[in-house]
Design a binder for this molecule. Structure first.
Ligand code: SF4
Length: 410
C-alpha cells in the first residue's frame, strides 16, 4: 500500500555508513517520523504510561518493565515476548519483587523463552540495583548508557533502547532491525558486521535528538514491519526514494552476508529413568552455560560407533553412578540452536541399582511425572515430558514401542 502522506523532497544519493549523511539526515528523520505517527506500533505495553496512554516527548516512563522487555527481546520477536512479559510482570511487578525472588522461580517464569542466561543476568542485575537502592543511593536506575552497560548482559544497543524509551535520552541504537534497514538504505557493499563502527556513526547521525524515543522506536518499527528480512515492502516505505538497495532493484539481497559455516549436528542419548513406584529421575544442570540451572533428563553425546542404548547406559553411569535397564524408545526430538542442531533419542529406562549422585550436575531428584511442571526445563525436555505423559501406561512400567515411533520436532 503506497504512502498517502506528503513525504517532501528526497535528498540525493544513498550514502556510505562511515559518512554521517548530515545533509540527508533531516529529511530522513522527517519521512520516518511522519510514517511512524500513522503506521508505528503504538500499543507496546512497556512503552505506555500505567493508564495505557503514550508518554509525551521527554516524559519519563518506569524503566523496570522496559528493561525486562529489552532483555526478553534480545533473541526473541515481539509477538512471542508479549505473553511472557505480561506473566513476568504479574509475578515480579517491580524491582524489589524480582530481586527477592529465588532463581528457581525466575527460571520457571522464563521457561520457553530460551537462552536462559538472560533470565539469570536479569535476576542478578535486579539484585545489584536493589542493593544500591537499599544502600541509600536513591533512585537505583541508571540514567546513562554507561550505567546500564555495567549491568550483566546489557550491551550498547540494549542500553540505548532502554534510556531512549524510559527517559527520552538521545542515544542511538543498532539492533538487528536497525542494522538491516541501514545496510539497505546505503546498499552497503560488504557484510555490515565487518564495519559496525561505521553503522554506529550512521545511526548517531540519523538520530533525532529532539525526539530520540520516537525516532528509535520508528526505526525499529520500520525494520520489524516493512523492511523485513525476506520480503521488504518497499512500496510502502517512507525511505524508498532514498534507499540505495531499492534503487539497485534487489533490496532483499542486502545486508550482504559472510558465507555461513555448516552448523554442527549431534545425537544425544537421553534416559527417562523410572523406579518401581513410577517416579522419574531428573537432574539440575550446573549454573554455567546456555542452559545453566535448568532441570533435564540425564544423557549425553553419542560417541562414534556407539549404539544409542550404550550411550544412555554409559551416561547414566558417568553422570549419576547408577545402573539401569535401557528399554524402548519413548520419543525422538529434533532441536536447533543458532550454533548447533541436536537430535535427542530418548529411551525409557528402569533403575536397577546405585543411589543417584550429582557427579556432573548440581543435584538429582526423583519426582512423580505429574510434578514435573514445578521444575524449569529447556524446550526439548518439555517435549519429552509431553511424550512421557501421553504413555497409556504411565505407571512406571516400560512399554514396548517400535523404534522410530513418536518422532517430534522441537
Ligand atoms: S525501501 Fe525497502 S529496502 Fe529500503 S529501507 Fe525501505 S523497506 Fe527497506
Amino acid at each position: 500500500m503506497p504512502l498517502r502522506h506528503d513525504r517532501g523532497r528526497c535528498p540525493e544519493g544513498g550514502g556510505d555508513p562511515p559518512a554521517p549523511l548530515d545533509d540527508q539526515a533531516p529529511a530522513l528523520r522527517r519521512f520516518l517520523l511522519d510514517w511512524w505517527q500513522i503506521h508505528g506500533r503504538h500499543g507496546i505495553p512497556w512503552k505506555l504510561k500505567p493508564a495505557g496512554l503514550p508518554p509525551a516527548d521527554g516524559e519519563p516512563l518506569d524503566p523496570y518493565g522496559i528493561w525486562v522487555a529489552e532483555v526478553m527481546l534480545q533473541q526473541t520477536r515481539l509477538a512471542v515476548v508479549l505473553p511472557y512479559w505480561h506473566r513476568w510482570m504479574a509475578a515480579f511487578p517491580d524491582l524489589p519483587a524480582l530481586a527477592s525472588a529465588g532463581e528457581h522461580e525466575v527460571l520457571l517464569r522464563w521457561q520457553g523463552l530460551g537462552y536462559y542466561a538472560r533470565a539469570r543476568r536479569l535476576h542478578h542485575g535486579a539484585r545489584l540495583l536493589w542493593a544500591r537502592a537499599k544502600a541509600g543511593v536513591g533512585d537505583p536506575w541508571p540514567r546513562d548508557l554507561e550505567g546500564w552497560q555495567l549491568l550483566p548482559g546489557i550491551g550498547r544497543s540494549t542500553a540505548a533502547s532502554i534510556v531512549s524509551s524510559a527517559f527520552d535520552q538521545p542515544a542511538a541504537l543498532l539492533d538487528g532491525n536497525a542494522l538491516r534497514v541501514l545496510a539497505r538504505l546505503t546498499a552497503h557493499p560488504v557484510p555490515p558486521q565487518r564495519t559496525l563502527a561505521g553503522f554506529w556513526r550512521l545511526s548517531e547521525a540519523l538520530l533525532d535528538r529532539r525526539r530520540p524515543r520516537a525516532f528509535n522506536q520508528a526505526l525499529m518499527d520500520l525494520g520489524a514491519t516493512l523492511c523485513t528480512p525476506r520480503s521488504p515492502a518497499c512500496g510502502s516505505c517512507p525511505w524508498s526514494r532514498c534507499c540505495a538497495a531499492y534503487a539497485a532493484g534487489h533490496p532483499a539481497r542486502y545486508p550482504l552476508k559472510d558465507q555461513s559455516r555448516p552448523i554442527p549436528f549431534q545425537v544425544i542419548g537421553v534416559g527417562v529413568v523410572l523406579d518401581d513406584s513410577g517416579r522419574v529421575l531428573i537432574d539440575q544442570r550446573l549454573p554455567e552455560g546456555l542452559l545453566g540451572g535448568l532441570w533435564e533428563f540425564p544423557g549425553g553425546k553419542q560417541e562414534p560407533g556407539e549404539s544409542i542404548e550404550n550411550t544412555i547406559r554409559r551416561e547414566l553411569r558417568e553422570e549419576l553412578a547408577i545402573e539401569a535397564e535401557v528399554g524402548e524408545e519413548l520419543v525422538v526430538v529434533e532441536h536447533a540452536y543458532s550454533h548447533k542442531r541436536l537430535r535427542f533419542v530418548v529411551h525409557l529406562c528402569r533403575w536397577l541399582s546405585g543411589e543417584p549422585q550429582p557427579l556432573a550436575s548440581q543435584q538429582v531428584r526423583w519426582v512423580m511425572p505429574a510434578d514435573l511442571d514445578a521444575y524449569p526445563f529447556p524446550a526439548a525436555n518439555a517435549r519429552i515430558i509431553e511424550a512421557l505423559r501421553r504413555r497409556p501406561d504411565a505407571d512406571g512400567s516400560i512399554p514396548h514401542r517400535h523404534p522410530g515411533e513418536n518422532r517430534a520436532a522441537a
